[in-house]
Design a binder for this molecule. Structure first.
Ligand code: ADP
Ligand code: NA
Length: 334
């Protein structure tokens, strides 16, 4: 009944890095080019749940994310690319879902607890209700698949619970599909280059080792040369790297960039010293990433063109979402 339709959203919070690329954007582009119907949303409404970056900051972060998507090969003819605030159906359906989701369900969301910390009383209602908006983001397109990181698994389960309860309570069997999470595997989880036990993340501003998508070739190469490693050369096989997270991380990054497996990388580079392996990885990273930064700068030099692409994307998104919202209203009796 429901087509294979992918939805994923990314917050416009700036400073996209290698982890975002390998774990998210690169996968998005692969799906776009592989026969999926793909809908990618810059979730700018989610981006004010904790704080507002200022008017200019908001606009700049939205354009930067759009430029990153485009520079990484997202094709607005093949994917629907837009920002959430431009398609009102998201928030309209979110209200209905706020009336479907139970307080007990929302109270179990671990990401709210993490983000609110000790100060839950001072958190916004939006931060608490965020997963209901996320469910609406997905279901307003009848999306069937959602590529996300492991930290979003619980929210996708909530989305399925909301869909199930809506379908049941409003007598609309199978109206909303139960979307499948496509959880990013360890192979594309990028760890910090200075601490192999932590994810590479923009939320650690003191981490100078992070490879940003806007870095130029020299900066990329330098960051890889300076990546933390132990003094031993690479082991002969992948199993030998189990207790060496920093080395394993570099091998996985190599594999992801080369579009091969870590086993294959070890077949080629097993036993190599880091003074040999790091330059090989640096060359590969520069070849795969440096042009992304250049392309981003080219897009960002023409913000009106980015806005035009997003505006057209919003029209396409609304053309899918509006009829689904209209049917939802009809089911309820509005
Ligand atoms: P950050 O952790 O830098 O704040 P986000 O939480 O905004 O990044 O994540 C945006 C997307 O990028 C998500 O799909 C997430 O799973 C993916 N992602 C973020 N960091 C990494 C990483 N270190 N490795 C792989 N994927 C990542
Ligand atoms: Na496609």
């Amino acid at each position: 009944q429901h087509a294979r339709r992918v939805f994923s959203g990314v917050q416009p919070t700036g400073d996209l890095h290698l982890g975002n690329y390998l774990g998210a954007v690169k996968r998005f582009v692969e799906m776009q080019n592989n026969d999926w119907e793909t809908i990618y949303c810059i979730v700018d409404l989610h981006a004010i749940t904790v704080s507002w970056p200022g008017r200019e900051g908001m606009t700049a972060a939205t354009r930067e994310l759009a430029a990153a998507f485009l520079a990484c090969g997202m094709d607005p003819e093949k994917s629907v690319l837009f920002n959430q605030s431009q398609v009102p159906a998201h928030t309209q359906l979110a209200w209905i879902f706020s009336c479907v989701a139970r307080l007990g369900w929302m109270n179990r969301m671990t990401q709210f607890k993490d983000k609110a910390g000790k100060n839950a009383e001072r958190s916004s209602l939006g931060l608490y209700a965020y997963p209901a908006l996320q469910a609406a983001d997905i279901l307003v397109y009848h999306a069937t698949h959602v590529p996300v990181g492991e930290d979003q698994r619980q929210h996708i389960e909530l989305t399925r619970d909301i869909a199930t309860k809506f379908n049941l309570d409003f007598g609309a069997e199978n109206f909303f599909p139960l979307p499948e999470p496509m959880i990013e595997g360890v192979a594309t989880r990028v760890m910090s280059l200075r601490d192999g036990s932590k994810k590479m993340s923009k939320s650690d501003p003191s981490d100078q080792s992070r490879i940003n998508l806007t870095d130029d070739a020299d900066t990329i190469a330098k960051k890889i040369r300076k990546a933390k490693t132990d003094p031993e050369p690479l082991s002969e096989t992948l199993e030998g790297l189990e207790e060496r997270p920093e080395a394993l991380n570099l091998v996985r990054i190599y594999a992801a960039l080369a579009e091969t497996t870590p086993e294959q990388v070890m077949a080629e580079h097993g036993g190599a010293s880091f003074s040999t392996f790091k330059p090989a990885l640096a060359d590969l990273a520069v070849a795969k990433l440096a042009h992304i930064g250049e392309e981003m700068r080219r897009y960002l030099a023409d913000p009106a063109e980015i806005d035009r692409v997003l505006g057209k994307g919003a029209e396409k998104a609304a053309a899918i979402a509006d009829p689904i919202l209209a049917r939802t209203y009809d089911i309820i009796g509005y």
